[in-house]
Design a protein around this ligand. Structure first.
Ligand SMILES: [Zn+2]
Length: 282
């Protein structure tokens, strides 16, 4: 990627605060599986985060940030800055004002408006405080372990979470929340899949628009993004995690679906092309 634009100012850097680490990522097969599960980009935090969980025990030592940590922060800030430009313009085209989200960088664990978050939940968006939470260790894990890696794969993650923020601003998350109440598990999961595939589509739309305006994409970036989308498909994660696939339990869509909707946003660059809720088949 070629990111030359200004960095976003909406970064809240909590990395130095440390915080109790959850299950250490990286130990043997369990560690790998945890990372894989964490790749459920955009979990529904209300399910996974316990708002009543205790406060983190602060580690006595502050974490020392490495030059790599700072490079990662700059990268995320630039990607977020790109999303702000694209979505501000897109909202303006529809006569609306884009309210920029805050992106919280944390290390290990942190408090969010959706509960206490540990790094193994993976990057997520919390609608209650309009914040995106990203653990930089997770970004490093993503790149090195799953080989979904590369800069555009990481940008896709940020753009997907920003997609959830866009859904929040448009009232889609609230609507879906209301609709899901009283639904059975399969129907509720189906709605959740539509939310996630739409966020993938919005990430594709962002990449298209940012490239049109500032030529951010380089050779191989699209493939990188498609690989990342495929790597986080429910079928692939389930096969890796428990050896079999149960489509009715999908909450994010299959690899094929995630790739297709990401591609759809990328090819069309249009908001109305991302209406997963109107699609008869996903
Ligand atoms: Zn998501």
């Amino acid at each position: 990627m070629r990111l030359g634009g200004p960095e976003s100012n909406n970064i809240e850097d909590r990395r130095r605060a440390g915080g109790r680490r959850g299950v250490a990522i990286g130990g043997g097969l369990g560690g790998v599986l945890l990372v894989v599960l964490a790749l459920f980009l955009g979990i529904d935090p209300s399910v996974l985060l316990d708002p009543n969980a205790g406060q983190p025990q602060r580690t006595s030592q502050e974490r020392q940030l490495t030059p790599q940590d700072d490079a990662a922060r700059r990268f995320v800030a630039q990607v977020l800055g790109e999303t702000e430009q694209v979505w501000s313009a897109e909202f303006a085209r529809h006569g609306r004002r884009y309210e920029e989200p805050t992106l919280v960088l944390f290390s290990g664990a942190t408090q969010s408006g959706c509960g206490y978050a540990q790094s193994q939940v993976g990057p997520f968006y919390c609608p209650a405080d309009s914040r995106i939470y990203i653990d930089l260790d997770f970004m490093a894990e993503l790149q090195s372990r799953l080989r979904a890696g590369g800069d555009f794969a990481a940008a896709y993650i940020v753009a997907h979470e920003v997609g959830h923020h866009v859904q929040n601003l448009l009232g889609i998350l609230g609507n879906v929340d209301r609709q899901r109440r009283g639904l059975g598990e399969a129907a509720s999961n189906n709605l959740q899949v539509r939310v996630e595939l739409q966020a993938d589509c919005l990430a594709g739309l962002w990449a298209r628009r940012a490239h049109e305006a500032r030529q951010i994409l380089e050779q191989g970036d699209i493939e990188e993004g498609l690989n990342a989308a495929a790597a986080v498909g429910d079928d692939r994660l389930q096969r890796a995690g428990r050896g079999h696939v149960a489509p009715e339990t999908f909450t994010h869509g299959s690899s094929e679906q995630r790739v297709r909707w990401f591609r759809r946003g990328l090819d069309s660059g249009r908001l109305d092309a991302c209406n997963t809720f109107a699609a008869t088949s996903l």
